[in-house]
Design a protein around this ligand. Structure first.
Ligand SMILES: Cc1cc2nc3c(=O)[nH]c(=O)nc-3n(C[C@H](O)[C@H](O)[C@H](O)COP(=O)(O)O)c2cc1C
Length: 206
């Protein structure tokens, strides 16, 4: 193998666990949605998912307070809206409206489903022991919805600032499907600093 040293800050790009998802929350009647790519499966059944939600995000406070969320999985057709959810904060406005996504009532949690996503998982927070240190929430999927018409979802995969890849049926499709996203797409909301600052958690002690 030929090799070159890789900046440690780029390690995550090669270990990126899965599709970019949307994490929705609802607090005091206000729904919000953020992009999330730092998540990992922890158990088959009941399905447990580990999620890093930075305490710099508005969604963090809602998740801590309500212990409920929805993990929705977008596909290539709404890549720009999905990434826009990660480039602005819902702190001062309705991000759903700003990016053009539709909240739909869920059945087991107050956080909304995202109508445009092919999969929606209603979740409850079941373990917060690593929140203080890593902003890492363990959530349990209590209800899962899937669009039966979508047989081969072309999911979106984060490859670093301003780049996502789209999963296609073949590797070539993934390359062709590369999307360059313009930060600040959701101009109606105040932008806040884009990646790479997003994953970091304000450490509150070890
Ligand atoms: C592709 C992508 C993936 C992201 N993944 C995460 C993540 O895993 N965890 C996180 O805390 N923030 C992540 N972010 C950043 C948040 O989505 C972003 O800070 C968002 O504006 C937070 O919104 P809120 O303040 O309305 O909660 C990601 C952003 C993008 C564009």
């Amino acid at each position: 193998m030929r090799r070159r040293s890789l900046p440690l800050s780029d390690v995550y790009r090669h270990l990126e666990p899965g599709p970019v998802v949307l994490l929705t929350t609802a607090r005091a009647g206000r729904a919000n949605v953020m992009a999330m790519s730092w998540h990992t499966m922890l158990e088959f059944e009941p399905p447990l998912v580990g999620c890093v939600v930075s305490n710099r995000n508005h969604s963090y406070a809602a998740l801590v307070a309500t212990k409920e969320c929805v993990i929705a999985i977008p596909t290539a057709g709404i890549a720009r809206q999905a990434i826009a959810c990660g480039n602005v904060s819902g702190r001062r406005g309705d991000k759903f409206a700003a990016v053009g996504l539709t909240p739909m009532p869920a059945t087991r949690v107050r956080a909304p489903l995202v109508a445009e996503c092919y999969a929606n998982f209603e979740c409850r927070v079941v373990d917060t022991r690593m929140v203080r240190k890593y902003c890492f929430f363990v959530v349990e999927v209590v209800q899962a919805w899937i669009d039966p018409r979508v047989a081969d979802p072309r999911t979106i995969h984060h490859r670093g600032p301003r780049h996502v890849h789209v999963r296609g049926r073949a590797a070539a499709a993934a390359v062709e499907g590369e999307v360059t996203v313009t930060p600040g797409h959701a101009a109606a909301l105040p932008a806040h600093p884009p990646p790479p600052s997003w994953p970091s958690c304000r450490r509150t002690g070890r």
